[in-house]
Design a protein around this ligand. Structure first.
Ligand SMILES: Nc1nc2c(ncn2[C@@H]2O[C@H](COP(=O)(O)OP(=O)(O)OP(=O)(O)O)[C@@H](O)[C@H]2O)c(=O)[nH]1
Ligand SMILES: [Mg+2]
Length: 259
């Protein structure tokens, strides 16, 4: 048994480091993460949004590992979406091995899509429970969009009307029928575009490393030469601006990216 445990620990460590590499590779993209109570329909929504077929089942903890895909719809922002392990009341967060990758994904996400089962009698309790877990794992500050799923099962339309009054920023969807998906995709695109800012940078022509870094991080829309410096304008993810600053790149003309 001891040998087996050691072997499993070794495998877990390897998976962890592979994931870390994948995560770093994704760090210059926008990362959205589906979270929520187990059985809320996260994997079903993931499949619908990404045209994928990850395991879906009417049981607790159908998903035991996180999966990431690029959202295929064509917008101006490229978004990576991650499906995660479901939360549950009294989840021993530091004990569940399969939860480890979810913890990291959730904490490094630009936005969380909190999926709630609108057909569950104790939906509100579950939302509170999920929020508590998010706080416990240090993700309380990550911006969140609430998704009320399974509305096809809710016969009482008045209930749905109340939901939209009580949670005006939330969206009502059905992974099963596809209802609300178009609004969801539009909202995701808008939220993604808000994560960018447009700015102008100045780099001395001779600083090839800084130029390389800038062209990796920015989507450059124009460039010109001015007094021995390359002047680029373009957009960049807000959280990546410090990477330019740390490289000593001069930044000017920061405007919020709107459209
Ligand atoms: N009627 C209906 N059923 C749904 C909908 N979305 C998901 N389901 C069903 O709900 C069950 C759970 O769906 P999953 O997508 O596996 O849920 P999950 O949140 O990923 O669950 P875990 O991985 O266990 O956390 C499955 O039986 C799905 O078919 C929906 O919009 N309407
Ligand atoms: Mg799942």
């Amino acid at each position: 048994m001891r040998r087996k445990i050691a072997e499993l620990k070794r495998v877990l460590k390897k998976i962890d480091s592979e994931r870390e590499v994948q995560r770093r590779r994704r760090s210059t993209k926008i990362n959205f993460c589906l979270v929520g109570y187990t059985n809320a329909g996260k994997s079903s929504l993931f499949n619908r949004l990404c045209n994928d077929s990850v395991y879906v089942a009417d049981r607790l903890f159908a998903t035991l590992d996180s999966t990431t895909r690029r959202l295929p719809f064509h917008g101006r922002a490229e978004i990576m979406l991650t499906d995660t392990v479901g939360f549950i009341r009294k989840l021993p967060v530091n004990l569940v091995a399969s939860f480890r990758s979810t913890l990291k994904e959730v904490n490094s996400a630009d936005m969380l899509l909190h999926v709630a089962d609108a057909s569950a009698d104790d939906m509100e309790d579950r939302i509170v429970c999920v929020n508590r877990v998010l706080n416990d794992i240090g993700a309380g500050e990550v911006p969140t969009l609430l998704l009320f799923n399974k509305i096809d099962l809710v016969k009482d339309r008045g209930y749905l009307r109340n939901l939209s009054v009580n949670y005006p920023a939330g969206l009502q969807v059905s992974a099963k029928t596809g209802e609300g998906m178009e609004q969801l995709i539009n909202r995701l695109q808008k939220l993604a575009l808000n994560l960018y800012i447009e700015l102008e940078i100045r780099i001395p022509q001779t600083e090839s490393r800084a130029i390389k870094l800038a062209s990796k991080l920015m989507q450059i829309s124009s460039g010109r030469l001015d007094d021995g410096c390359l002047v680029f304008t373009g957009k960049i993810l807000k959280h990546e601006v410090p990477l330019l600053e740390n490289a000593g790149i001069r930044i000017g003309g920061i405007n919020g990216y709107t459209e």
